[in-house]
Design a protein around this ligand. Structure first.
Ligand code: AP5
Length: 220
């Protein structure tokens, strides 16, 4: 089992870049945010547990996250490769992931830190629109749908995520600084961290990551 991790603040483009990488690799995209939103929508117990944290922009407890991630990994074959988006998010989650990987003879191939200025992050989150039906992600100016409010892929209605309101966005950025930033040092010490400029066009960020994954250069 090989794992690639996309690490970065809310709005850095983890989901967008994961979509680009998915089509260029055989990695299975695992987004804990998407899994939690699906559980909330389906009214599953895990969704009921997670909902209040998500609405406030707080992190969902580690035990809930580890449960959904390990269940997801158990569904795959032992040789599957995974692209984690939004996980791990705390040192505890990172340590527990290490344990899961060592139990499966797995390893972390790379952790990509998506670097973007704070102003760009706020603008991206304020302009984000998501398809209610298929989950495709747009931005009203940067990556607009052909018809405003309508998904290009399935014709579904586009909506604004409830945690993309200004107050919640500011809290999510604060939570990232307090609880997730320590992972940068953790993975730097392990020698697997690569910093990538994610403030540029998404195609360029995907290309920079692919180059590192193919062993072309150490960092972009
Ligand atoms: P999650 O869904 O993971 O949210 P997040 O980390 O806050 O990240 P986002 O999804 O907001 O942003 P992104 O980096 O994926 O950016 P995107 O590609 O959409 O988590 C939501 C909540 O779930 C958390 O707050 C927490 O409560 C809970 N949770 C999830 N995982 C957890 C965990 N492991 N532990 C505990 N709790 C957890 O792009 C953003 C916008 O920018 C879009 O509009 C996009 O079109 C646009 N854009 C992207 N790239 C570009 C580009 N290159 N140029 C121009 N525009 C771009």
């Amino acid at each position: 089992m090989k794992v690639v991790i996309l690490l970065g603040p809310p709005g850095a483009g983890k989901g967008t870049i994961a979509e680009g990488l998915k089509s260029a690799t055989d990695y299975i995209h695992v987004s804990t945010g998407d899994m939690l939103r699906a559980a909330v929508k389906a009214g599953k117990p895990v969704g009921l547990q997670a909902r209040s944290y998500m609405e406030k922009g707080e992190l969902v407890p580690d035990d809930v996250i580890m449960r959904i991630v390990t269940e997801r990994l158990e569904e795959g074959t032992p040789n599957a490769h995974y692209l984690f988006d939004g996980f791990p998010r705390t040192l505890e989650q990172a340590r527990l992931l290490d344990e899961v990987l060592s139990a499966h003879q797995g390893r972390i191939e790379r952790v990509f830190l998506l670097e973007v200025s704070r102003q760009v992050l706020v603008d991206r989150l304020a302009g984000r629109r998501v398809c209610r039906n298929c989950g495709a992600v747009y931005h009203i100016r940067n990556i607009p749908p052909k018809i405003p409010g309508v998904c290009d892929i399935c014709g579904g209605e586009l909506y604004q995520r409830p945690d993309d309101t200004e107050a919640t966005v500011l809290n999510r950025l604060e939570v990232f600084k307090k609880q997730t930033q320590s992972l940068i040092e953790y993975y730097e010490m392990k020698g697997v961290l690569a910093r990538v400029d994610a403030g540029q066009e998404k195609e360029k960020t995907v290309a920079a990551i692919m180059q590192i994954l193919r062993g072309g250069i150490q960092e972009a």
